[in-house]
Design a protein around this ligand. Structure first.
Ligand SMILES: [Zn+2]
Length: 476
């Protein structure tokens, strides 16, 4: 899930007015259905350590089957017994290629002793649903399953097939379900485009909805190891050639370096939209960075904001450090981990080459660290995909339904600075959009954290949003 944030006072004002209108919420039986599914998902532990994704996939398959989906349209498949994925299909008129919905069933670990409530028990309290996965992303999974069931029960025939894939190992683990499905069962998940409610969503500020963020692209995650080695020796006889100093120097150079400024179609649209809701210098700077050539001072000022900075640059930052083996010995080894978030269009290896140039020290090696922790001298040529065009068959329904449910609230295309399962579907030629109707307050982002929770109202609004939005998409 992409860390939420917002700004704007002007929009707030507009929205304060808009939010006094009550949203249409689903009827009682739909509310009960969605809540039951949500509860069931929260109470099936799907952590990598002791959980079981297959159990959650099977529970959802049973619900779809009971609602009238034939067994031939429901698959439970995966590389091993604990990490099976659900793929279900609602047949359409076949006018266009299908739309694929993806949602991960796995959740981040949660310790009972850290939490106020049991993280694997669904608790409703003071207007919130509590439990591991309420924000990331079992609330959205429950909404997708509810929507499929509603469509089936009302005999709705979409213009195109709607495929639902609920999958394993987005948060970690070795059996990423989206990757596995794309590689092994492309026929089952092949689609014109993908909707992923793990990204985007309605941003609240102090309870007021401010914008509908839509993630249209994302940065690429990569780790590197900087390492210096040395014969060492007695610390009473220091020499200049010291492994720790080499690493310290390298990191000081990294600290001063800024990767080149770069906008893409999505971030350009984002800053253009935000410049309308910002005021003063900030608004002017957001406009000035899009001029040719871009205004260097505007870039510098915006770069002081961590999010704006991250949207304009590849970032690399030191995150771990270790070295030496005794207080009274010269260090034989020193190491640092550097974590990079790479802009679309650039590769992991290209970024390693840049780090080598920044460090500029033959005593310091720069290696790639894989997701399994393995250190390799060369990196993968993998690139984050350039942003897909903002498809009208996605954007038009999104604008329409957003304005219907939250009058006056802008839809803002954005680049996620984190990562999602879109890294598997986008490179496979299926443009992927992070779209969610769930509203979370900017000060209440608890994904991966303690006492994760989702406002009850937000959940039911989200149920209604996806029903309307998906119907609009599938009817186009
Ligand atoms: Zn997630």
């Amino acid at each position: 899930m992409n860390p939420v944030r917002l700004r704007s006072s002007l929009v707030l004002l507009l929205i304060a007015l808009a939010s006094t209108c009550s949203l249409s919420q689903p009827d009682d039986s739909t509310q009960k259905l969605s809540r039951d599914i949500f509860k069931q998902l929260i109470e099936i532990n799907t952590t990598d350590s002791v959980g079981n994704v297959t159990a959650a996939a099977e529970a959802m398959a049973a619900r779809l089957h009971a609602a009238g989906f034939p067994a031939t349209d429901i698959q439970i498949i995966g590389p091993n017994d604990r990490k099976k994925n659900l793929v279900a299909r609602l047949h359409g008129a076949g006018k266009k290629k299908p739309v694929l919905l993806i949602g991960h069933l796995d959740v981040v670990e949660a310790k009972r002793s850290d939490w106020t409530t049991n993280p694997f028990q669904f608790v409703e309290q003071n207007g919130y649903f509590y439990g591991r996965g309420t924000q990331d992303m079992k609330g959205a999974d429950a909404i997708l399953v509810t929507t499929m069931i509603r469509f089936k029960k009302e005999d709705y025939q979409p213009g195109r097939d709607i495929i639902l894939a609920l999958t394993a190992d987005e948060e970690g683990g070795k059996s990423n379900g989206v990757d596995w499905l794309v590689k092994n069962h492309r026929d089952l998940v092949d689609a014109e485009f993908v909707l992923n409610p793990d990204g985007g969503g309605v941003q609240l500020e102090n309870g007021k909805p401010v914008m509908m963020e839509m993630d249209a692209t994302e940065k690429l995650y990569s780790d590197y190891q900087l390492k210096a080695t040395n014969p060492g020796g007695h610390s009473s006889l220091p020499v200049l050639d010291n492994a720790i100093y080499h690493i310290a120097d390298a990191l000081a150079k990294l600290e001063r370096y800024r990767f080149p400024f770069e906008l893409n179609d999505v971030t350009r649209a984002y800053f253009a939209q935000m410049s309308k809701t910002e005021t003063g210098q900030k608004a002017a700077d957001m406009k000035a960075i899009s001029s040719t050539p871009p205004d260097e001072q505007a870039i510098a000022r915006l770069s002081d904001d961590p999010l704006d900075n991250s949207l304009m640059h590849t970032t690399c930052v030191a995150t771990r450090l270790d070295g030496g083996h005794a207080n009274n010995a010269l260090p034989q080894t020193a190491r640092a981990n550097v974590n990079c978030r790479i802009l679309p269009g650039h590769s992991i290896e290209e970024t390693r080459q840049t780090l080598l140039k920044i460090v500029d020290d033959s005593k310091v090696t720069v290696s790639s660290v894989g997701s399994d922790g393995e250190v390799q001298s060369e990196s993968s040529p993998r690139k984050s995909f350039p942003p897909p065009p903002l498809l009208p068959q996605v954007m038009n329904p999104l604008e329409r339904v957003t304005h219907e449910m939250w009058p006056g609230m802008p839809v803002v295309p954005a680049m996620a600075t984190g990562a999602s399962d879109g890294v598997y579907t986008s490179p496979a030629g299926m443009p992927t959009f992070g779209i969610s109707g769930l509203a979370i307050d900017v000060n209440d982002v608890r994904a991966h954290g303690k006492d994760e929770r989702l406002p009850v109202k937000s959940f039911y609004d989200g149920v209604e949003f996806y029903y309307k939005f998906l119907k609009a998409v599938a009817s186009e």
